[in-house]
Each structure stands twice: as structure tokens, then as C-alpha cells.
Design a protein around this ligand. Sequence first.
Ligand code: DOR
Ligand code: ZN
Ligand code: ZN
Length: 394
Amino acid sequence: QVIEAEGMMVLPGFIDSHVHFRDPGGTHKEDFLSGTRAALAGGVTTILDMPNTQPPTDSRAHLQEKMAQVGPKAVVDYGFYFGATDNNIEEAASVADQVAAMKLYMGSSTGSLLVTEFSPIFRHFSTFPPNKPIAVHAEDEQSLLYFGAQGSTEHNRARPPLSAQIALSRALAIAEKVGRRLHIAHTTTQRELELIQEAKQKGVRVTCEVTPLHLFLTEEDQQRLGNFGKVNPPLRSKSDQEALWRYFDVIDTIGTDHAPHTKEEKMQPYQKAPSGLTGVQTMLPLLFNASQEGRVALSEIIKRCVTNPARIFGLQNKGALEVGKDADIVLIDPQQTYEINNEQILSKCGWTPFAGTKIKGKIQQVFVRGQLAFEHDTCLAQPGSGRHVSYISR
Ligand code: DOR
Ligand code: ZN
Ligand code: ZN
């Protein structure tokens, strides 16, 4: 097969290792078809879906139901996280080979998954296969309750950096003690990256993620966006945002934390409005644009959006463009410019916090396993053409 690509740049399909596609149970916000279409339009050819669906992906039966329900809708390749609860320690370990990782919420967010006590955290950390990552949402519930009780309506004050640092320190200490792999979801502050850097230097088996939200937006944007900038962990200060770029070497993956909520839900009063922002469709454009602006090398982006997630989550056939890997390919016209707007967003909720952002570099074609799946703003792939990924056994 010959692909005509004159004037185009050829990139490997991106892997978004952190999305919330709301299927089953929240399909008025997103379902697997709308979510994977948005991914495809954004040059993301593999996604890993979080477990805070309804019911949560917290048992073998719920995992199997989810697989059966969403598989026939997928237009990109996909895998799942297993959600930790206080009582599913043995069950989690027994289905580990069917999932990319465990997700453990140390602080509460959308949905009911939450593990705050030392004992179940320790037991999960010591029972889940040590070479499979446990991804933690590192915000400390006790601090959240304390600060939330102050009644602050400013999201970034109600969920302070301290809460993330406390949870992170606990997770690092336990992971070091039991010698397991740990993946820190959405790091947002300089202090977290310092702690992770120090832990890595000591040999703790930790990797970490940052989101495009926290790379490109700050608490000032939250003022402007209101609830459409409300996310956990919150958008941080300018100085923390700058630190994410300064500590880029410490960051292993970039994942979007794509967490759609409808406009109606977001337009409720602050306390009632759910947290979470869309992102799966805008990650590659934003990062490609940053590389065109000279902020970061494209190769460093590809490491964090393709090579590293494939390695960390053990995705057997995924990775950079090389023989033996799936031909997941994105052709992008580096000269074409456009402005992001809500009308382009294929997510069911139809909005993005990045509306108005100017982008240099437009996705022209996306191939999934060698098949042309997306071309000139049109999704060609049929529902069900996406496949469940296979994992390297570990
Ligand atoms: O803001 C968030 N939204 N943070 C999370 O951890 C969950 C997510 C969601 O699922 O809505
Ligand atoms: Zn999270
Ligand atoms: Zn998330």
C-alpha cells in the first residue's frame, strides 16, 4: 500500500492513556462512538478508558459487560482501567491481565470510586501484579474535605496543591515499600514533579502524566471559563504551569483526562457543576502547534504520547512507526492554520476549553492499522472497527 503524503508530516497515531468515555451509564455526555470519533479526529488511534462509568469498572462482571457494550461502537483501538474499591483487592489482581492498569482514586471526583484508608491502599499496592501500573488520582480526601468545608467557590482554592502533595507522598512511600510500579495521573504542580524526580532517582518505580489542560491553561483561564474550566485537579498558578514545561524531562506521558459533561450540567451553579473538561480531540493539535512554535521538540511529544504510553501500559502492537507495530498513522499539513471552535468538537457535549486557540498544522488523514479511518474532517471508519488492545504479559 502506498500512501500519498507530499508536503505532509507523518506522525504515529497518538495514544491517549487517560479518557472518560462515560459508556455505560453516562451516555448522554459521551458514548464510545462519539468518544472514539473525537479521538480519531484528533489523531488519537488508541485510548485507555477510565473506570468511573456507571456501573464502575470495579469487578470482572462489570468489566465484561463494559467490553460487550462498547466494543461494537469503537472506531479506534481501546483498553480499560480497573477501578479500585475498598473490597475488590483479590478480584482486581485476578483480572489484571485483561486491563491496562488499575485506577485508584485517593480523592473523590466524578463517580463513587474512592479508596482513602491506608489499609486497602496498602493491600491493593501489594496484591495487584507489581509490573502492571497502578495509576493514582493523587488528591488527599481528608484535605479536600477540610478545605472544601471552608466554602470556597474558587475551585483552585478548594482543592489546593497541598492535597495533591500529601496523596502523592503516601503513594510513593507505599510503592517504594512494596517495590511496585506506580503511575501518577495528572500532575499539576512543581512540588509534585520535584517529589517524583527525587523518587525516580532513588529507584522508586514511578512514572507520571501531565495533561494538555495543565500545560496550556492556568487559574486565570479558570476565571474566564468559569465551570467550563472546573476540573480535578484544578488549573494551577502561572508558576506551576511554567514548572510543568521546565520539568518536562520528569514527565513520562501526556494524557488528556478527557472528561465530558454537557453544557447544561456545566451551566449549573459552581457547587453543583461537575468537574471535568474535554480534550481528546485537541491534544495532538495543541502539542503539534507547540512544537511548531519551538516550545518543545516533536520527538519529545511523540515519546510522551506514543512510545512511553505503549511501554508503560504494555500495549503489544502499539508504539512508534516501525516494523512489527500497527500502522496507526497521522498525516498532518504543517502549513495549514485554523482556530479551534466548539462546532468542530465531535464529543457529544460539543465544547472545548480551547475555543479561540489558533493552531498551525491541520490533520488531513488518520489510518488505524493501515486502514484509512478519517479524512478531511470526515470519519470513514465503521463502528466496531476499533479493536481491544493486547497486553504484553507481565
Ligand atoms: O475533573 C475530573 N473529572 N477529574 C476526575 O478525576 C474525573 C473526571 C470525570 O470523570 O469527570
Ligand atoms: Zn483523576
Ligand atoms: Zn481522569
